[in-house]
Design a protein around this ligand. Structure first.
Ligand code: MN9
Length: 294
């Protein structure tokens, strides 16, 4: 299950309902244009924490159907409602998914013991193997290396999505857990994470530049750091522009330029602005200009 995974963007209509055609088109675009090795469905980028259980199920089913078993599929089922997480684990086990993933429970200041119990429960009840999702900047949940290690050593836990710029922790985890799947988040740090022998990455910008991410990883593996730096630089031009304009709406506008209209973000996020539409067009042109030159 190694490789580059897109954290699949959400596709919604103006009323916030799941746009089935949008999901289908976006999955095919990720496979055919971005050449990703897998999809991480209903993660942060998929707007998970603004979705109803029904909408999550709809997206899980639509995405798996569109992917047709061609790539790895991870279903993010994490929720502070443990019953919902288990219901979704059961639901995706009946679809074409390789693993489930769950974010560290957040909002309440759960103790590390409570967080470990959460993963123990999911890992024991899920029919699919489990990938923990660590993203302290959004959850406020910070775990010690020893706690993460303990979680990953539980039966049925196969890996970790590590979205943090703490490279010290990342090295400690890689060293301690050579057989676990470690996928880095933060697309802007892909090169540095790949140098530490991570197994791949999951990211939002791979919905539009997954083909560059693959080149970064391949170059690092071939010890061609000059090439890796060059491609990470191109990625970072896109990432800083996208972050400045507004991350998810702008990524959606770039996807629209690829011929994949997937609407704007769900409330309470704001509707897409004209400035974001223009940024999407401009950034898409940059991507095309780099692609045309290589
Ligand atoms: O880890 C994504 N995290 C979030 C996945 O969206 C919260 C990343 O891909 C970032 O979007 C990306 C831009 O900062 O690195």
């Amino acid at each position: 299950m190694k490789g580059i995974y897109s954290a699949l963007l959400g596709a919604f209509d103006t009323a916030g309902r799941v746009d089935a055609r949008g999901v289908h088109a976006l999955v095919r675009h990720n496979i055919e244009n971005c050449h990703v090795d897998g999809l991480y469905v209903n993660g942060s980028t998929g707007e998970n924490f603004m979705m109803t259980t029904e909408a999550k199920k709809q997206v899980f089913s639509l995405a798996a159907e569109a992917a047709q078993g061609e790539i790895h599929m991870i279903a993010h089922i994490g929720s502070t409602v443990l019953e919902e997480t288990l219901e979704l684990a059961d639901y995706v086990a009946g679809l074409d998914y390789d693993a489930v993933s769950a974010v560290t429970p957040f909002y309440y200041k759960f103790s590390s013991e409570a967080i470990k119990d959460y993963y123990r429960t999911i890992a024991s009840k899920s029919r699919l193997p489990v990938v923990a999702y660590y993203i302290p900047a959004l959850t406020g949940v910070q775990l010690d290396v020893s706690d993460i290690e303990e979680i990953l050593r539980m039966p049925n836990m196969i890996g970790l999505k590590f979205t943090s710029n703490d490279f010290f922790t990342l090295e400690r985890l890689r060293y301690a857990l050579p057989d676990k799947l470690i996928l880095s988040g933060y697309d802007e740090m892909l090169l540095s994470a790949a140098v530490l022998e991570t197994d791949g990455a999951i990211g939002s910008t791979y919905n539009v530049i997954g083909h560059w991410a693959k080149q970064v990883v391949e170059a690092v593996r071939a010890n061609d750091l000059a090439k890796a730096r060059k491609m990470q630089h191109h990625m970072n031009v896109v990432i800083s522009d996208v972050i400045d304009a507004g991350l998810y709406p702008t990524l959606k506008e770039i996807a629209a330029q690829y011929g994949v209209p997937i609407g704007g973000c769900k409330a309470p996020m704001k509707p897409t602005t004209d400035a974001q539409r223009e940024a999407g067009q401009r950034i898409f042109n940059y991507i095309k200009s780099v692609d045309d030159r290589s």
